[in-house]
Design a protein around this ligand. Sequence first.
Ligand code: ATP
Ligand code: MG
Length: 426
Amino acid sequence: MNNLKNLRGTVDLLPNQLIKWQNVEKIVLEQLSRASIKEIRTPILEMTELFIRGIGEGTDVVSKEMYTFLDRGERSCTLRPEGTASVVRALIQNGMSSNPLQKLWYMGPMFRYERPQAGRQRQFHQLGVEFVGYESVRSDVEIIALAWDILGKLGIKELNLEINTLGDQDDRLKFQKSFLGWLEKNKNSLDLDSQNRINKNPLRILDSKNIQTKKILANAPRLFNFLSEKSQKRYSELKNQLDSLKIPYLENHNLVRGLDYYNHTAFEITSGALGSQATVCGGGRYDDLIKQMGGANTPAIGFAIGLERLILLAGKELEVPRNTDIYIINQGLIAETLAIDLSRKLRNYDLLVELDSSGSSFSKQFKKANKLKSKSIIVIGDDEAAKKEFIIRLFDKSSDGNKEEVISFENNTKLENWLNNNLLLK
Ligand code: ATP
Ligand code: MG
């Protein structure tokens, strides 16, 4: 039999790698909770139609990258390739799409059938934030600042924020007219994918990753030059507010992020430390999407951060596991039961308590405690068990000797005092 293997583009995250993941997630979740953003969890599996309508048929994601299959009831299902469409569906379905002002986040696996490489997988993870019902420039700035601060809290350096504006529907119609004229003239120089999009969804061509097409597009009319005065003013206001928050940005008028439902503000955060897959965060305003999907006419703005890329960027200090506070060394039948009981009690103090369940000799257990650099140890042998007491010893580098105490199992006050003086209040 062949050895069983994981699918290409998926990875196992092993315990030593997950230390960093958990530390990163903890910092991220703290930031979100401090900003009073509420979590939403939607199914990983959805009807295929949701993504066709929510992301758009002409997009790479929908046309090439989705994991789509028929279930046993012949329904077309898709493993979610992103989070926004599901969040919008859930809001509409639960009668929440017209609720005033909702700040939401989600986190979890996404699936895209892409060519795997560093920072690009077929199953990857995203953290997404959506501000629903928010229309003003202030909310654009707030959400950009939130993404910026999450990355900052993780100590990530070399970050670049790129911004652009896509105007509103009217601006885009005006632009599209002129762009279509240009496309007809330059059709033969474009790659085949782009040629096919001329009739289906011409604005998507701006998203093309084809190098030749990109070169030619440099001479195409620019959406930026078709913005109404109102849209221009909005964009200036965005820049002013970012300036006053001292958040540095670069303007990139080629940043379109799929024009189907995005409007006004679009942004990306990239890092020079990432190599070719440099974008760690992408976001933008999507005022028309919720209505388009059958909900209320509700403006919204959001972003998504790729967690794999975030992990690559976050510092080594986050790879360090939490230190053991107490290592419980025990031997003998009665001692073992007492040790389990004590470990449960001690964990109520939010201490990392490791119970040695190996049954090996005292000296081996001591060695293990040393290797782990446990801050303290507890010893329970037959003698201690008979007297219903245990020895607790602190390895204190700052004082001369190691502080040791004998404590009776019944004497909670003495135990608590010892913990407070030596571990908890340090
Ligand atoms: P890219 O240009 O890298 O393909 P995208 O525009 O397709 O990105 P979005 O759909 O905006 O990406 O997703 C937001 C973020 O999710 C990206 O900036 C990236 O960090 C991450 N991401 C997207 N696709 C993948 C993937 N296949 N593997 C790992 N991370 C990904
Ligand atoms: Mg992509």
